[in-house]
Design a binder for this molecule. Structure first.
Ligand SMILES: Cc1cc2nc3c(=O)[nH]c(=O)nc-3n(C[C@H](O)[C@H](O)[C@H](O)COP(=O)(O)O)c2cc1C
Length: 406
């Protein structure tokens, strides 16, 4: 199978450009031996490389290239399969865009093509060439500094409450995880994540239930979440709780019950955010939308969790707009290295900006993921990088500090 990989990267300033010639000569030989061909464009700041050949060989070479310290911010733009090579003449050739006339540079590159059929702009790979040469995507190249620049420093101790005191008779427990604004060092909200009474996973809690009992338990468990939140003395801090979308539809007077337990625990609806997971199927969308309206009418905010990873998709946003969406970990994972993930996240940010919907990123684990997302315009984060869920307590937060400032 003929595989094509295209990536772009940032040239390290401290490497002499002259050194590239010998690197490319060696790379060309290595590529040829592995039956890999391609072309490397350079514009003085960025590289853009196309590699094509047998799948395993292309992947192995790309892996070494990613680890090369002469460049950084390597972002994979395309990983695709095709019937024939586009640039099959040499193992690797360096093409310095600065040495060519602006109007002719693209044609000069295309003239190097070796495809049996004429190279056409219907080809996604060649569209990427055109975009790179014209530099139209350059404003979206967010340059992530080396993660080594940041230290993650915890400032406080975890704060616990005794569940026996806080929520007598409850058949479940809750772990709390902060949603934070790292740069202003602020906890934006605390999410209450359901657990069994002994702290086991949500799956363990729900597996003991079946049929309608799931929805009843889902709703009733919020009483325990609010009781714990109250005992933890959240003051005017917001608390996020999860509800299955169908709980609102299937349990009679669900909104009234929710409001009652909010009041009972000394909280106000305005400090509560109800999160629905997009990956939960919503079978009665109109009834669900109606229930969401009642929540909002009562002053409770609504968030869509795991956005982008579930069933509802963009139609959900067209039909009703939540106050916040939380982008799924599945889209966040290694976003700093993936062109497709970057394009999707940027589109979500733009769409939500037009609709005045707040955006946060969930499941952030790597400093580079956080830095890329922060450059893209996301300011609220949740994930192990900053704080892990803490059973019956509020965990300490590891705030990022620039090492030069420490
Ligand atoms: C922008 C850029 C493009 C590169 N392209 C290739 C390439 O196509 N093939 C290759 O073997 N090495 C390429 N290299 C060099 C590799 O990263 C690596 O240094 C080289 O494969 C030698 O690895 P080795 O010493 O482990 O054999 C490239 C490096 C950079 C910075």
């Amino acid at each position: 199978m003929l595989t094509t990989i295209i990536y772009r990267s940032h040239f390290c300033d401290d490497v002499p450009v002259k050194a590239l010639e010998s690197m490319v000569a060696a790379a060309s030989v290595k590529n040829r031996e592995a039956d890999v061909t391609g072309i490397l464009l350079f514009n003085g700041t960025h590289f853009f490389q196309l590699l094509e050949g047998p799948d395993e060989a292309v992947k192995a070479i790309y892996q070494t290239i990613c680890e090369d310290s002469r460049h950084y911010n390597v972002v994979e733009l395309l990983y695709d399969y095709g019937p024939s090579r586009r640039f099959g003449k040499v193992g690797m050739e360096l093409f310095d865009l600065r040495e060519h006339d602006r109007d002719e540079v693209l044609q000069t590159i295309l003239d190097k093509g070796t495809s049996k059929y004429q190279l056409t702009f219907n080809d996604r790979a060649l569209q990427f060439f055109r975009t790179f040469v014209a530099a139209t995507e350059k404003p979206n190249y967010f340059e992530v500094p080396a993660s080594i620049d940041w230290a993650f420093v915890t400032d406080t101790e975890a704060r616990y409450v005794d569940p026996q005191v806080a929520m007598k008779h409850a058949d479940c427990g809750f772990a709390f995880q902060p949603i934070i604004d790292p740069l202003s060092q602020e906890i934006v909200s605390l999410e209450a994540l359901v657990r069994t009474a002994s702290g086991d996973s949500p799956e363990a809690y729900f597996s003991a239930l079946s049929g309608e009992a799931v929805y009843e338990a889902d709703l009733n468990s919020k009483q325990a979440a609010f009781a714990l939140a109250s005992a933890l003395e959240l003051h005017d801090q917001t608390i996020s709780v999860n509800l299955l979308p169908m709980t609102l539809v299937n349990v009679p007077d669900a909104v009234a019950t929710l409001l009652q337990s909010i009041e009972l625990n000394g909280l106000v609806p305005e400090q509560v955010i109800v999160e629905f997971t997009e990956s939960e199927a919503i079978s009665q969308f109109d009834a669900f939308t109606q229930a969401v309206r009642s929540l909002k009418a009562a002053g409770i905010s609504v968030a869509i969790d795991h956005f982008g990873a579930g069933f509802a998709g963009l139609l959900m946003l067209a039909q009703f707009q939540p106050d916040r969406i939380k982008i799924s970990r599945d889209l966040i994972r290694d976003v700093h290295k993936s062109g497709p993930r970057q394009a999707i996240v940027q589109a979500i940010i733009k769409c939500c900006a037009s609709l005045e919907i707040a955006v946060s990123a969930v499941g952030v684990e790597k400093p580079e993921e956080w830095m890329w997302l922060e450059s893209a315009g996301i300011f609220h984060f949740q994930g192990h990088l900053f704080a892990r869920p803490c059973f019956c307590g509020i965990p300490p937060v590891a705030w990022p500090e620039k090492k030069s400032l420490l």
